[in-house]
Design a protein around this ligand. Structure first.
Ligand code: IPE
Ligand code: IPE
Ligand code: MG
Length: 242
């Protein structure tokens, strides 16, 4: 019997764009472009399946260390994708949020981010958090600094509320594509009790079937949150009797 229903919040490390392009003798940026198409398909599929929140890792604090032409290509692609895709996302009821350090981003990117957030702020079908210039360590540090500046005690609740994803529940499922099994400074705080799923698919190849496989694997997991299986099974059968 399935143990979990559809996750409320899915988070994805969209990895493998560069390898997808290299396999086709294309420049890496072609893989990133295809990655945008894959994200659009995935957001749609999440909406259809009743997932309420999708959080994706688009550019990490560490990705600045890539060759300058790849970094500038990614910035251009991001700004262009914002200009091109927001109207359709808005029509589909998607609320866009951009998570990460804004300092250091170009005025063009910042304007795109602000316009996209303002346009889609009231949408409720799917919250799409795009982590851009984001690192889990950055988030913990900025949250702690906020509390310190306001003289608020640093406990779990206060820190959680100061974190950049305070507007959504913690992710139920964290997916990483691209055959790597590491967190790479993604949601360090928020993934404390997430289920992890690793896919060998390169991000541009991650389609509805791949998503369904991740979801059905998730459905079979027992989330114990520190308890024993016995405790959870007993609570389940009490629930079924009632
Ligand atoms: C993920 O794909 C996208 C970003 C990090 C921006 P990669 O660019 O890391 O692709 P691979 O891992 O080199 O194949
Ligand atoms: C993680 O992928 C960041 C994003 C997907 C945006 P990377 O490709 O940068 O991760 P590492 O460097 O292989 O750990
Ligand atoms: Mg990578």
């Amino acid at each position: 019997m399935a143990k979990n229903s559809v996750p409320e919040h899915v988070a994805i490390v969209m990895d493998g764009n560069g390898r997808w392009a290299s396999k086709r003798f294309l420049p890496r940026i072609a893989g990133h472009k295809q990655g945008v198409e894959s994200l659009k398909r995935c957001a749609k599929a999440c909406e259809v399946r009743g997932i309420r929140v999708l959080t994706v890792f688009a550019f990490s604090s560490e990705n600045w260390q890539r060759p300058a032409d790849e970094v500038s290509g990614l910035m251009d692609l991001f700004a262009m994708a914002l200009g091109r895709e927001v109207a359709q996302l808005h029509a589909d009821g998607v609320q866009l949020r951009f998570i990460g350090e804004r300092q250091g981003l170009s005025p063009r990117v910042l304007t795109g981010i602000e316009q996209a957030e303002t346009t889609t702020a009231q949408n409720q079908r799917l919250v799409l958090n795009v982590c851009f210039n984001y690192g889990g360590r950055w988030d913990i540090v900025q949250a702690a600094a906020q509390l310190q500046a306001k003289n608020i005690p640093a406990n779990e609740d206060n820190l959680s509320q100061a974190m950049a994803l305070a507007h959504v529940p913690d992710p139920d499922l964290v997916v990483r594509t691209g055959a790597e099994q590491r967190i790479s400074n993604f949601l360090l705080w928020q993934s404390a009790y997430s289920e992890f799923y690793f896919s060998d698919k390169l991000w541009p190849d991650f389609d509805e079937t791949s998503l369904d496989l991740a979801l059905s694997t998730y459905a079979q997991r027992q989330r114990r949150f520190g308890k024993t299986s016995h405790q959870l099974d007993a609570a389940d059968s009490a629930h079924q009797v009632a």
